[in-house]
Design a protein around this ligand. Structure first.
Ligand code: NAD
Length: 420
């Protein structure tokens, strides 16, 4: 059985590019381990008077290119190794999309759906007061991730600002617009994924968006915004899913002709995409195994693995989630001739617009949505072209190309700054 430990997968990916770059052993060792791992115990008296102790993590992988940057997730399976993997991927992501940030990640092992909102707010504030010295606009800037959102970021900003005695909007990104958030941030990751889908089908399938079908696993922030933007671009959505199950159009239709708002509003109102009137409920496995041009995994890690990789029937996989494909599945997809656009490129639209938000906060500025989306479009397309050009030149897959480009930039910054 292959490892389900995401940190082992992240290390295996790093090892896979050592034949493309010459990295001295001491830099390689530094890249393998995060610079800091912070673990905090968070005892909390809950509103039902019970006391529970939660564990919080902040892992700072590398800051050679700028302050640490990365999301905070709330999930029962959050572990140190998961956060370490995600922190390393953030370092590569910031470098691929070429913004002056390093990589970090954080999280609390908690099932947020089981806590009332008041308890979740107090847990968030407790976490921030515990890691207050580790974060800051010039040191480490958190953002939303699984099960955290703009409201969570507002609590973080407020708690941090209270501790500092003045308003510090640039300490987090993904905030509500009213308190310094950026236009276009909440849709940015999905929009960037859709741009990668468009560029990939153009380059590898020589097709227009209106001629392609797409299946998307996950209908949260990233999955739903990917579907929305793909529909706006004219692509045809053949299947969608969430944690409850999947959905395809009922009857002989090959793709949804319902409007995005109809699908989204009903999925929220009824609790799942497979309860939307007019859809045919299918399993999550069937969504992943749909015969489509493009498959977009936009839920969790390790969704395409040794056991199901041979059943993937799309021509292209665009990784919207972090680490959705295991290293063994990666090789199996390559053997089947499937082109994979890796997570560190495909979902970097989120951190890119987070960077725009941070720049706006530091300059006390506010850009229009058109300006944000225009800059996102230019920089995503540029990064996509850089990665595919590297892959063509060195005859390697896109994951290794993106990683090699990223590691090269990080090592250059470490070397020039004298990290030895
Ligand atoms: P989210 O919590 O908003 O949505 C997650 C979605 O996945 C939900 O629809 C949920 O029902 C679904 N899901 C959970 N388990 C599933 C399962 N076993 N099978 C099918 N669906 C399942 O989270 P998000 O912000 O959309 O993040 C999704 C992924 O994208 C994560 O890997 C995250 O790290 C990554 N990501 C998010 C951002 C961002 O800006 N939010 C940026 C970069 C990467």
């Amino acid at each position: 059985m292959e490892s389900e430990n995401p940190f082992n997968n992240a290390l295996a990916q790093l090892a896979s590019i050592t034949d493309l770059l010459t990295i001295s052993q001491e830099y390689y060792e530094m890249l393998k381990s995060p610079r800091r791992e912070v673990i905090v115990a968070l005892p909390l008296k809950l509103s039902d008077d019970a006391v529970a102790t939660f564990t919080g993590y902040r892992v700072q992988h590398n800051n050679a290119r700028g302050p640490y940057k990365g999301g905070i997730r709330y999930h029962p399976s959050v572990s140190l190794d998961e956060v370490k993997a995600l922190a390393m991927w953030m370092t590569w992501k910031s470098a691929v999309i070429d913004i002056p940030f390093g990589g970090a990640k954080g999280g609390i092992t908690v099932d947020p759906k089981k806590l009332p909102l008041d308890d979740l707010e107090r847990l968030t504030r407790k976490f921030i007061s515990a890691i207050e010295r580790d974060i800051g606009p010039e040191t480490d800037i958190p953002a939303p991730d699984l099960n955290t959102n703009a409201q969570t970021m507002a609590w973080i900003m407020n708690e941090y600002s209270k501790l500092r005695g003045h308003n510090v909007p640039a300490v987090v990104t993904g905030k509500p617009i009213e308190i310094g958030g950026s236009e276009g941030r909440s849709a940015a990751t999905g929009r960037g994924v859709a741009i990668c889908v468009r560029e990939a089908v153009r380059k590898y399938l020589h097709k227009d968006m209106k001629d392609i079908t797409v299946a998307v696993q996950g209908f949260g922030n990233v999955g739903s915004n990917t579907v929305k933007t793909l529909m706006e671009m004219g692509a045809k959505i053949a299947a969608i899913s969430d944690v409850v199950g999947g959905a395809r159009p009922r009857g002989s239709r090959a793709y949804f002709d319902e409007k995005f708002d109809y699908l989204y509003d009903n999925s929220i109102k009824l609790g799942s995409v497979n309860k939307i009137p007019g859809v045919e409920p299918i399993s999550n496995a069937e969504v992943l195994e749909s015969e489509v041009d493009v498959l977009v995994p936009a839920a969790l890690e390790n969704q395409i693995h040794e056991g199901n990789a041979s059943k993937i029937r799309s021509k292209i996989v665009v990784e919207a989630a972090n680490g959705p494909t295991t290293p063994m599945a990666d090789k199996a997809l390559q053997r089947s001739g499937i082109t994979l656009v890796p997570d560190i490129l495909a979902n970097s639209g989120g951190v890119l617009v987070s960077y725009f938000e941070w720049v706006q906060n530091l300059n006390r500025d506010h850009w229009t949505e058109e300006e944000v989306n225009g800059r996102l479009e230019t920089r995503m397309t540029h990064a996509f072209n850089q990665v595919t050009a590297y892959a063509d030149k060195h005859n390697v897959d896109l994951r290794r190309a993106a990683l090699a480009l990223a590691v090269d930039k990080v090592v250059a910054a470490m070397r020039l700054s004298g990290w030895h």
